[in-house]
Design a protein around this ligand. Sequence first.
Ligand code: CU
Length: 66
Amino acid sequence: MVTFEVKDMSCGHCVSNITRAVMALDGQARVDIDLAAHRVAIEPAAADADALRQAIADAGFTPVQV
Ligand SMILES: [Cu+2]
């Protein structure tokens, strides 16, 4: 499990953008997002933590691994 705090994730649109970015990188990943807590928890199938962080950053967000 790889968990990020994403403080600039603020609405459902952000949630779907982040989910799409992660799934584009790793189509078998499980993504669990808690919008209120600004937490993105990912159970990757193939991608490593740094690739996941980069994919979320490329989608326009600021992920910090926790
Ligand atoms: Cu948003």
